[in-house]
Design a protein around this ligand. Sequence first.
Ligand SMILES: Nc1ncnc2c1ncn2[C@@H]1O[C@H](COP(=O)(O)OP(=O)(O)OP(=O)(O)O)[C@@H](O)[C@H]1O
Ligand SMILES: [Mg+2]
Length: 255
Amino acid sequence: MEEILTVRELTRVYGKGGGVTRALDGVSLSLQPGEYVAVMGPSGSGKTTLLNCISTIDRPTAGSIVIDGQELTRLRGRALAKFRRERLGFIFQDCNLLDTLTAFENIALALSIVHAPAGGIEKRVKDTAQLLGISDCLNKYPYQMSGGQQQRCAAARAIITKPALVLADEPTGALDSRSARMLLDRLEELNRDLGTTILMVTHDAFTASCCRRVVFLQDGQIFQELRRGEEDRRNFFQKIIQVVTRMGGEMADVL
Ligand SMILES: Nc1ncnc2c1ncn2[C@@H]1O[C@H](COP(=O)(O)OP(=O)(O)OP(=O)(O)O)[C@@H](O)[C@H]1O
Ligand SMILES: [Mg+2]
């Protein structure tokens, strides 16, 4: 099958002279359509940098990123913006809702940007909000919502356009366990029922165990990969913990 995402020898170096950080150091990774993959690793291992490069927020120093046959590092300006809004969905920890718009408007905006038929927008926003348990928040502005509600609103905005690839950086980070579960269930549904490909950064072994594959980063390089295969979530969770333990103390906070 044609890969939806191919990252080859991706390197991102920050700084110059003495203060150089190799945040990513030759990372290669491919995702088939419909995969659900977690990225784990200690703080500073390059997870966010990897996601930011794939989501075109950041530019790699070297290497290649192909999404759906399109080499991202060659896209510029309007072509890049169009690709981003039509093909990608983002859920980031500081969720970037627009302060002057209500939750409803924030979510609907994603649809109007891709020119969805106006008639269906209200129902789609309401349905998605209900899925994520934020129906009561639709008339609120971001400052009137809790962090978790804002994050679920951002998740609704990311998935409502049914993007080919959803990129999520610690999407459950600010959520209590019930809201986290709700968001994870939605992501799993999105992946299973609509075949949406998801790449998600997480510190949390439970969250990672909901995915089908986990890629571990350390010092900007791939340390190991685990595939869930036919295993149930609990066994997969145990395997993830074993890798985390081998990676050492830095990741002990997930245990
Ligand atoms: N804009 C920047 N300028 C300089 N260094 C940076 C920049 N962004 C990230 N770094 C460095 O690159 C490395 C990787 O950072 P990154 O944010 O990708 O880590 P992470 O794995 O997401 O960590 P965390 O789990 O804490 O979110 C770190 O050493 C970080 O200090
Ligand atoms: Mg990060």
